[in-house]
Design a protein around this ligand. Structure first.
Ligand code: GDD
Ligand code: MG
Length: 362
């Protein structure tokens, strides 16, 4: 079984974090998001994978290469202009060699049992099988109606509230027979959600639902990205097993001063330094090479790599990206600070999410 992972979106709602870092490479407990997706495919013995990329390809290729390190074989496809979800899979057709394939939205973290889904697809002789998950607000997803036999009867992308008839939505994992690709024009922007699925349903083709209540999160917004990290720390997914005694993990070559008060759940990466009289309160993730200097307080936040939080600083409910310097005595709360930002000594930043990478603030 081959798989195509769609990693071409612009990550617009995750800006400014995604201006330098593709959504797929955003760190989740200090590992790129996409690594979880690829390792999960490998666990289900899906080892031939195409990454359909449309922009910011280099950081992805640099990290994953030919996939060897992760026990898979990776191919990459590029798009001159974004081809949409279906257009991107059509663009990967040569690698699929006329076989059925899995298609995964590349921004979803889920414990979905892929093996069970592939078995179900084969047994039901469907042309396509779509994984479903329940959500509170279907208007930001693709709503999927089914009949009593689990056959899909309607697909409505981003429905208005008045059109919401169910809380079940497209969970962004499909199993497709190769004939589906014949409905997609080559080198044309084309969408599964708005074009291919509604069209197949109009023709009464057999499309089945594979509903599941397992852990599922789309990292489309900073809030959901933070939620995902915290959910993992709290043991809500089977893809991360927190240390059951302390739920505090400290990486290699990291130093934590004995006077630091660390309250779980906390993950500290490699080569970090946590200074005297600091207070770290989970859920909290600190990336490799970051320093939290004396008397600082950091809580409910995600700190990426090589960040320096200088002394007497307060960071709460925030995301701080690579290489930032947060000046002494400052306060950062409910904010998103993109790569390489310098915040001046004593600056107060509250509810800020429109800073440009590299900026000097204050
Ligand atoms: N290669 C490529 N080219 N990938 C793309 C393109 C493209 O032009 N456009 C989007 N993608 C990728 C995105 O990177 C993402 O992984 C996936 O396709 C879905 O696109 P999003 O932009 O994230 O869509 P969405 O979140 O609004 O809605 C989709 O996901 C929901 C579940 O999270 C739809 O599939 C909904 O039906 C679904 O419910
Ligand atoms: Mg999405």
């Amino acid at each position: 079984m081959k798989a195509v992972i769609l990693v071409g979106g612009l990550g617009t709602r995750l800006r400014p974090l995604t201006l330098n870092t593709p959504k797929a490479m955003m760190p989740v407990l200090n590992k790129p998001f996409l690594e979880y997706v690829i390792r999960r495919l490998a666990r289900h013995k899906v080892t031939d994978i195409v990454l359909a990329i449309s922009h910011l390809a280099q950081p992805i290729e640099d990290h994953f290469g030919n996939g060897n390190r992760f026990g898979v074989r990776l191919e990459y496809t590029a798009e001159e202009t974004a081809l949409g979800t279906a257009g991107a899979v059509k663009n990967a057709e040569e690698y699929l060699e006329g076989e059925a394939c899995l298609v995964l939205n590349g921004d979803i973290f889920t414990d979905l049992d892929l093996t069970a889904m592939m078995d179900f697809h084969r047994r039901s002789r469907a042309l396509a099988t779509i994984a479903l998950t329940p959500v509170e607000d279907p208007t930001i997803y693709g709503l999927v109606e089914t009949d009593d036999y689990g056959r899909i009867t309607r697909f409505l992308e981003k429905p208005r509230w008045e059109d919401v008839t169910t809380n079940m939505i497209n969970a962004g994992t499909y199993m497709l027979e190769s004939q589906v690709l014949s409905y997609i024009p080559p080198q044309t922007n084309f969408s599964f959600e708005r074009q291919v699925f509604p069209y197949l349903l109009e023709r009464s083709e057999p499309i089945y639902a594979f509903p599941s209540l397992c852990y599922w999160m789309d990292i489309g917004t900073p809030e959901k990205y933070r939620r995902l990290n915290f959910d993992l720390l709290e043991g809500r997914s089977n893809q991360y097993q927190p240390d059951t005694t302390t739920n505090i993990s400290i990486g290699e070559y990291s130093e934590c001063h004995p006077t630091a008060i660390v309250t779980a759940p906390v993950v500290i990466g490699d080569s970090c330094s946590i200074g005297k009289n600091t207070r770290l309160t989970g859920p909290l993730v600190i990336g490799n090479g970051s320093n939290i200097t004396n008397s600082s307080v950091v809580e409910n936040s995600i700190i990426w790599q090589n960040v320096s939080v200088e002394e007497d600083t307060n960071v709460r409910q925030s995301i701080i990206a690579n290489g930032c310097i947060i000046g002494a005595g400052s306060l950062i709360t409910d904010s998103i600070v993109p790569d390489n930002v310098t915040v001046a000594t004593g600056y107060r930043m509250i509810n800020c999410s429109d800073i440009q990478p590299g900026a000097s603030i204050g």
